[in-house]
Design a protein around this ligand. Structure first.
Ligand code: PRT
Ligand code: MG
Length: 212
């Protein structure tokens, strides 16, 4: 018998896009994740279980080996400090960009700016890389409000269609990174359970290729 493979999934929009990929790879949850209140889901494969958790907790579960595999947004991975993760597959789902946005017509070309964001590390790294002094203000949501309310000169946030920015009188001004969800694997598990995990990775890679 093979040991149970535990896969940590980000709930919300990433989950919605992940389930078809898992299905392609032959894994389907027994209970419907949308309606079930279970946090651990059994699947049609006796040796595969799914954890459905907060997106920002996925890297932590995988890093500590409570799950061997996970699915997380690159935005979340960029904010995670650990070194215990491999990132073998770009799943090409939940695609968006992380950008700097400011009020329409306003430039952020000032020697020192205030930046509101939930992506503190990404923002700090970005402004450091272009040698612009930035005071980073941590927010937990509704970043779009910050420039309008006079809290900050700009925000660093995810942008897809740009409609949310537009509805709040903001425009994207600088592109920081392209974002999509990634398969992540615990480094120790990859060594110890190489065959089982390698096989799963191959199935997911095939699923991603087929979907295109
Ligand atoms: O609750 P928690 O904070 O843990 O997660 P969440 O509520 O942010 O989860 P959820 O379900 O929204 O999923 C977030 C993840 O989906 C992110 O970490 C990204 O990896 C991915 N993703 C992809 C996005 C978007 N696209 C996206 N557009 N997450 C958020 N957005 C936001 C964007 O910031 C904007 O406010 O959606 C809004 C609409 O975007 P526009 O540009 O199309 O208007
Ligand atoms: Mg949310």
């Amino acid at each position: 018998m093979t040991e149970t493979l535990t896969i940590a999934l980000s709930k919300g929009r990433i989950l919605k896009d992940t389930l078809p990929l898992l299905a392609y790879a032959g894994v389907t949850p027994i209970d419907d994740p949308d309606t079930s209140r279970k946090l651990i889901l059994d699947t049609n494969q006796a040796d595969i279980k799914l954890l459905v958790i907060r997106a920002s907790d996925v890297p932590t579960y995988v890093e500590y080996g409570a799950a061997q595999i996970g699915v997380a947004g690159k935005d979340v991975l960029l904010e995670h400090d650990g070194t215990g993760l491999y990132e073998p597959v770009d799943l090409k789902i939940a695609v968006c960009k992380i950008m700097v946005a400011a009020e329409n017509g306003k430039s952020i070309d000032q020697p020192r700016i205030r930046v509101a964001t939930k992506y503190v590390k990404t923002a700090r790294r970005y402004f450091a890389s272009k040698e612009q002094q930035a005071e980073i203000i941590k927010l937990y949501g509704s970043m779009e409000l910050a420039p309008i309310a006079g809290l900050a000169d700009c925000i660093v946030d995810l942008v897809d269609t740009g409609n949310t920015l537009k509805a709040n009188g903001l425009s994207p001004v600088e592109h920081i990174a392209d974002i999509s969800s990634r398969l992540v694997v615990n480094k120790a598990a990859m060594k110890i359970r190489h065959e089982q995990i390698k096989q799963f990775i191959r199935q997911i890679e095939t699923a991603v290729a087929k979907k295109k």
